[in-house]
Write a protein that binds this ligand. Structure first.
Ligand SMILES: Nc1ncnc2c1ncn2[C@@H]1O[C@H](COP(=O)(O)OP(=O)(O)OP(=O)(O)O)[C@@H](O)[C@H]1O
Length: 644
């Protein structure tokens, strides 16, 4: 059946390309011919009686026939041309076009010649200055050059004009090779100069409407008397934290200041505080004195409070500003509170206090803070660490809340009103400080010099992994190297270990040693520290009482005989050396018991490019933050210094 069907259909025949084209052409011609035939006008009707009109006008009939013939001829021509055109199109379709297709070249706008004057300009105008056509060639007939055109002269004139223009632009836009900011006056400083200055000193700010740092004491805006006292103190140039914080203090802005140990933070808050008090009327009567001081400084330890008192007295010389320190403890068997109460009764402009003792005085009405509107919390983090937060809050709440600035930073401050200014300063600002700052600071500026929580760059950190029994022989070697002229502080963690170590060192006879810890009476503590300061002793064995803020110039070596429990304490301890621009050395005895600090210590050593002992680097605990899970990045719980 299939075979019969196949036989019925003709089998496909292969046709060459030429044949296919020819057949297609023929088919197309036939189709066109058919179409033409169908379009041809119908043949003229057979002769019949002309219509009525023709019958009466034979000439007209003759003309009309002639016109018909002409029209036929034209239509024929048109059809012929159309046919040729069509054939041409078919040929082009199947055989390809014979015309060369050259791309048209159109001049792009940038290739087109442009005159450097507008078409509307009158180029025939004579240049008034050079008395020559501005765009024409300089015609110098008789000068011996071809066609009177002196190209050399023209070039010279053009170069001179260019030079004149460039000099004018240079002066107008200050395009001179820029001078360093140190060679400029404050008014000449550009935004870029201020940025370079901040980078040069590692100063960074967070906050709004931050005033520029001061570049020198002369530009500080402190009064003449204060500047004289600064000069007398030997402070030739402000330190970076002073450059940043003094202008802020003078503007009565709230400040959180973070700068390395020994970088002059005390003067950074004391100077603007004294400038504020110097502008206030000094009390003339008892009743005014009863209103309390203008300013208050809180510090975590008695020693630090007394040190700040000394610095304030030094810088307030000749200003008639009275400073009283209110710290705990007993003196001469008698409670210091009575002594301090009688001093307060006489009146003062500044109180420097530890929070616990001041709160006692406030509660027993020895002290009042009715007109106090300048508060500094020095080592605020330590006060919280030591559990003094309730006392600090108690003291701050004893001040008139009406002095607090409005919470809304955009709200206008009244000119005539005195608002409270609150400053917090430390070398470390852990997140715990945030709570306090949030409650008592208004729109503060956070100023950081270097990196927050970083150990002072000037301290060489040496950490050695030891066994407990190796500590004493090593310490003896260090003290022997130290000699009797240079000074060192040796830190232990408890009163007992301070006592024991002091005894052992004394017996070794290598140095003049004294001890400082919280178990001693106030007089003993003062005797130890003063003895160390004035050189009677050259080695101080101490607890963390001496870790914060204590400023003894020229401490050559700090030894962590026992490691502190936190990295912040480590930072403050080693910061007792390498102060006020001098270099220092620290040695820390690390044992396998001190795993709590391994992680942070390793990080700190790496950050400060100090050698990491191989035992510490290898230890598992040094790789993970205590409490974090291995494999997960440690929680960022480190030093934070802002709370926005
Ligand atoms: N501008 C200055 N020029 C030279 N020395 C200065 C200057 N300002 C302060 N000092 C000195 O630098 C030393 C350290 O100052 P200060 O005790 O204020 O440092 P600190 O930053 O508070 O340190 P810490 O964080 O340990 O409390 C002091 O002896 C002080 O007299």
């Amino acid at each position: 059946m299939k075979r019969t069907l196949d036989a019925a259909e003709p089998s496909p025949v292969f046709l060459s390309r030429e044949k296919r084209q020819r057949l297609a052409l023929e088919r197309r011609q036939a189709a066109v011919a058919d179409q033409r035939r169908s379009e041809l006008p119908t043949p003229p009707p057979p002769p019949h009686d002309p219509p009525f009109s023709c019958r009466h006008y034979p000439d007209r009939h003759h003309d009309r026939r002639g016109r018909d013939q002409d029209r036929d001829g034209r239509e024929k021509d048109r059809a012929e041309r159309a046919r040729e055109k069509e054939l041409e199109a078919i040929r082009e379709q199947y055989l390809g076009g014979s015309k060369d297709k050259k791309p048209k070249t159109v001049a792009k706008p940038r290739d087109r010649f442009r005159f450097d004057w507008a078409s509307t300009d009158d180029t025939s105008r004579v240049d008034a200055v050079n008395n020559q056509p501005p765009h024409g060639a300089l015609l110098l007939y008789g000068r011996g050059f071809l066609a009177g055109i002196d190209r050399r002269e023209q070039k010279k004139a053009a170069a001179a004009a260019l030079h004149k223009d460039a000099a004018a632009t240079y002066d107008a836009l200050d395009m001179r090779v820029d001078r360093h900011w140190t060679d400029k006056r404050a008014e000449e400083m550009t935004e870029r100069d201020w940025r370079i200055l901040r980078e040069d000193f590692g100063i960074s700010y967070r906050g709004s409407r931050v005033p520029r740092p001061m570049r020198s004491w002369a530009e500080s805006g402190l009064g003449a008397e204060l500047l004289r006292n600064v000069d007398r103190a030997g402070y030739r140039k402000p330190t970076p934290i002073q450059m940043a914080a003094v202008p802020l203090g003078l503007q009565r802005r709230d400040v959180i200041g973070v700068a390395q140990t020994g970088s002059g933070k005390t003067a950074a808050f004391v100077l603007p505080m004294l400038a504020y008090i110097a502008r206030m009327p000094l009390p003339t009567s008892h009743s005014e004195a009863d209103e309390g001081p203008y300013a208050l400084v809180l510090a975590p330890t008695r020693e630090l409070a007394q040190q700040i008192e000394r610095e304030t007295v030094k810088l307030a010389a000749c200003l008639g500003i009275r400073v009283v320190s209110i710290v705990g403890g007993k003196s001469d068997g008698q409670s210091t509170i009575q002594k301090q109460a009688s001093m307060l009764e006489r009146g003062c402009e500044v109180i420097v206090a530890t929070p616990g003792r001041l709160l006692d005085c406030l509660e027993s009405r020895y002290a009042v803070l009715n007109r106090c509107s300048y508060v500094v919390l020095d080592e605020a983090d330590r006060m919280i660490d030591m559990g003094f937060e309730p006392q600090v809050v108690g003291v701050l709440d004893a001040m008139p809340s009406s002095h607090l600035k409005p919470e809304n930073a955009d709200e206008e401050l009244e000119e005539a009103r005195t608002y409270r200014t609150t400053h917090m300063f430390s070398a470390t600002m852990p997140p715990a400080v945030e709570r306090l700052a949030r409650k008592y600071l208004r729109n503060p500026v956070v100023v950081t010099v270097g990196s927050a929580g970083k150990a002072a760059d000037l301290v060489t950190q040496n950490v050695v992994m030891v066994k407990v029994q190796e500590k004493m022989p090593r310490l003896k070697r260090i003290l022997a190297d130290l000699g009797k002229d240079r000074t060192a502080i040796v830190f232990c963690n408890t009163k007992n270990s301070v006592e024991k170590l002091t005894h052992d060192v004394e017996n070794a006879g290598l140095c003049r040693v004294t001890a400082l810890h919280g178990g001693k009476s106030q007089d003993e503590r003062m005797a130890s520290l003063d003895g160390f300061r004035n050189g009677r002793f050259n080695v101080l064995v101490a607890t963390d009482l001496a870790a914060r803020g204590i400023d003894v110039p020229e401490v050559a070596h700090v030894i962590n005989y026992e490691m502190p429990s936190s990295i912040d304490l480590y930072t403050h301890r080693i910061g007792r050396t390498g102060r006020a621009g001098k270099k220092g050395l620290s040695t820390s005895f690390l044992t396998l018991e001190d795993t709590d600090i391994f992680f942070d210590l390793r990080q700190m050593l790496v950050q400060s490019n100090s050698p990491v002992p191989p035992e510490l680097a290898r230890h598992e605990t040094s790789k993970f933050k205590p409490g974090s899970l291995p494999g997960r990045p440690p929680r960022r719980n480190g030093t934070v210094h802002a709370y926005h």
